[in-house]
Ligand binder design. Structure first.
Ligand code: ASP
Length: 327
């Protein structure tokens, strides 16, 4: 019998392991990919996620399962993804909450700029300021007057600290110099149900979710937070037109995987995101819902990370100034 020196056996095993891991990666994805959404189903983040998932499925050749992990502020899902195996089978979509959470939460279980591979930016969406169907105002001027006179009895729903709706509400209250009681939900979908049912008075939410309700006359709308009006709801004034200068807010989304993701898998996911951004079904749907799509030259992981860092800085300063923190 020929005996093989043990260091050769070890080298052989290492080579075999690397071939096997290369094959595993080369075959990626050979099973469904899960896309985690940090808020409730039916809300604006979920709407972007589901449209993106069905487009990415075409280029990945695998099912992309959308899984909602709702929590106020959307801070549970990123922690779960950060701690998951970096194999490309669990990824995350999130909005600017990834930039606000580090300043808002003293005990955040993840570092948005360090614990993830940044797979790319998607779109930016304005918000709308909404009232329940029988809110006693029909435009922004009437709404502000009524809110200022009845502040103690009015509540403003949001999706928790650091959610887009929370930031939008903070901005609105500071611009009109009035504090309202805020009610946190695990996403704006359940908040919207309560708004339509009249159990809550006011809500800020992204156009991605609100356009159909506005068109259907199910809620009142006072303004959109973009510099220009949105084609699909042309009748809705911008906040500046409605007399509330500075009430501008754009909610951007990005795609994330856990740190340690092999570069070839990261590239496959980035390529798939790029393909979705060119896919007419996805693109058209997002634009109809008020989105501005990130341009091709900003679809790199580097551009995503650098944008996240600059947004973290920008919001960090505003949040520290506003003195809003959670444990
Ligand atoms: N619109 C929510 C927010 O306020 C999130 C959601 O439910 O998608 O951040």
């Amino acid at each position: 019998m020929i005996s093989i020196p043990s260091r050769w056996r070890l080298a052989g095993l290492a080579a075999l392991a690397s071939v096997m891991s290369f094959q595993a990666q080369a075959a990626y994805p050979d099973k469904p990919v899960t896309l985690l959404v940090p808020f409730a189903a039916g809300g604006p983040t979920d709407i972007v996620a589901r449209a993106l998932a069905s487009s990415m499925e075409k280029s990945l050749g695998q099912t992309v399962i959308v899984e909602n992990k709702p929590s106020a502020g959307g801070v549970v899902a990123p922690g779960e993804v950060a701690r998951s195996a970096p194999d490309g089978y669990k990824i995350l979509i999130h909005h600017l909450g990834m930039a606000t959470a580090p300043s808002l939460y003293r005990k955040l279980a993840y570092k948005p700029t360090e614990d993830f591979v940044h797979l790319g930016l998607i779109n930016a969406v304005p918000m709308t300021l909404l009232g329940k169907p029988n809110f006693p105002a029909n435009n922004m001027a009437e709404a502000v007057k009524y809110i200022q006179a009845n502040a103690k009895t009015i509540n403003l729903a949001n999706a928790g600290l650091g959610a887009a709706s929370h930031l939008c509400g903070l901005m609105f209250m500071s611009l009109i110099n009035t504090d309202l009681t805020t009610v946190p939900y695990k996403g704006t979908a359940p908040a919207m149900t309560d708004l339509m049912g009249g159990q809550t008075d006011l809500l800020c939410d992204q156009t991605t979710a609100t356009i159909p309700h506005i068109k259907g006359g199910k809620i009142k709308v006072f303004a959109v937070t973009s510099p220009q009006r949105i084609e699909a709801i042309k009748e809705v004034p911008t906040a500046a037109e409605a007399g509330l200068k500075g009430f501008e807010l754009s909610i951007w989304h990005g795609l994330y995987a856990p740190k340690g993701l092999p570069p070839d898998i990261a590239k496959k996911l980035n390529d798939s995101l790029r393909a979705a951004m060119k896919d007419e079904n996805f693109r058209k749907r997002m634009i109809e819902l008020g989105s501005v799509m990130f341009p091709e030259n900003q679809l790199t992981p580097e551009a995503h990370l650098s944008f996240l860092k600059s947004e973290t800085d920008r919001w960090g300063k505003l949040i520290v100034k506003a003195g809003q923190f959670a444990d």
